[in-house]
Ligand binder design. Structure first.
Ligand SMILES: [Zn+2]
Length: 402
């Protein structure tokens, strides 16, 4: 199952689900008319799919062709398979592995004693030691892309090496901060590979989404990044600050799902507010500070100013009522950010963390329980809470642009 978590969705696009259903029905009809061994019929149908950006179906048809005709070169090439002079392999990696090679940090090599495997790379003690210090390593590279490893991340990137290393260094600091925050230390033997994929430009990102209507919901073209249940995706966007913010946001969802295991207990306002909370940051190239009130760069503070001036700040009761689905509009993210930021920076912080622990342990599965527990742990008097919340956030909002 893939989860698409959208950060900063600007406009809700009309759903194209119906279009896809119609195309799929049309495809199924054409497919069932094919003879069992008809290679050319499958090729024509694959072309039909390609013209409609139905990439999963196109691929499936090419896979059927090579089952029928294993040496079919056009189908092999369309699948990205490589020929070693004798045999076809699913990828260059598969070809090296079939030849008995090991993936070293920067190249494929013959197996060597004394190496340790991490993120599918065989690393030396020296290399592992560097990752332990928080300093990333440049791994393999190809035309227009390179990979960077940290202790917990495997980053594939189309950005420059220095930019990728910097983002990786920052993400590694972020995850160490998140682990500290929930007291969940890193355990070498149980390491996950957290994947991050960075495209060169936002146009490339939008093109990727639009090029595959079976994988990506069309609304994603309006987002700046997403987490698909496994990897974080994004691109350079607007400025280094916003680029870092997008990856911090998505990486926080990834952390909640893959490391903390709490993602499924999080209602949308908590999930997005928390990811936004950690994404507002300061970074000087060396040290990351997350969850800060940044009056120069914090777009939420700017929006908070607008919200408080309109007297539209959502209070505790209205926020706690929110369910598993979030509104896909920027204000939802800003309101959720403000609520989490306030609770983490007020007299309620400790009580809030107790409420949060109950939520993340799965003890608050519905809005009624969440509100009840909030009254018990944080405050009985939601009206007084909202008054103080509004006053404080209004004061913070006023600092924007000072
Ligand atoms: Zn999100």
């Amino acid at each position: 199952m893939r989860y698409f978590l959208i950060v900063l969705l600007l406009v809700a696009a009309p759903l194209a689900a119906q279009d896809l259903a119609k195309l799929t029905a049309e495809l199924n009809e054409k497919y069932s008319a094919l003879e069992a061994g008809d290679v050319e019929g499958r090729r024509d149908l694959a072309k039909w799919c390609a013209a409609r950006k139905m990439r999963i179906s196109e691929r499936r048809l090419h896979l059927e062709i090579i089952k029928l005709a294993p040496d079919d070169q056009p189908a092999r090439k369309a699948l990205g398979h490589v020929f070693d002079g004798e045999k076809w392999h699913e990828s260059e990696d598969a070809m090296h592995l079939a030849a008995g090679k090991q993936r070293g940090l920067q190249q494929w090599a013959s197996p060597t004693e004394g190496l340790t495997q991490l993120h599918e790379h065989w690393l030396t003690a020296e290399e592992l030691k560097q990752l332990e210090t928080g300093e990333p390593l440049r791994a393999h590279k190809g035309k227009g892309w390179l990979e960077v490893l940290t202790r917990e991340y495997r980053v594939w990137s189309e950005l420059k090496e220095s930019e990728t290393l910097e983002l990786a260094r920052m993400l590694e600091q972020a995850i160490r901060g998140w682990r500290d925050d929930i007291t969940k230390p890193y355990e070498a033997g149980k390491a996950w590979t957290l994947e991050v994929r960075i495209l060169k430009t936002h146009n490339d990102y939008v093109a990727m989404v639009k090029d595959d209507i079976e994988t990506f919901h069309p609304d994603l073209a309006k987002s700046h990044g997403f987490f698909d249940g496994r990897a974080c995706w994004g691109s350079y966007f607007d400025s280094p600050y916003r680029t870092r913010r997008i990856f911090l946001h998505e990486a926080r969802h990834q952390f909640d799902m893959c490391i903390a295991g709490t993602f499924m207990h999080q209602p949308a306002w908590y999930r997005e507010g928390t990811a936004e909370f950690w994404s507002v940051h300061e970074w000087d190239g060396k040290t990351l500070r997350m969850g800060v009130l940044n009056s120069e760069n914090n777009e939420h503070l700017h929006f908070l100013q607008k919200i408080t001036r309109r007297k539209k700040l959502k209070g505790a009761e209205a926020t706690l009522k929110g369910g598993w689905e979030g509104d896909v509009d920027p204000e939802f993210y800003q309101q959720s950010w403000a609520f989490i930021y306030y609770l983490r920076n007020s007299a309620h912080t400790e009580a809030w963390r107790r409420w949060e622990a109950e939520l993340l342990a799965g003890k608050l599965p519905d809005e009624g329980k969440r509100t009840e527990a909030f009254k018990k742990q944080v405050t009985e008097d939601l009206k007084a809470f909202d008054k103080a919340y509004t006053e404080t956030t209004t004061k913070w909002a006023a600092t924007y642009g000072e």
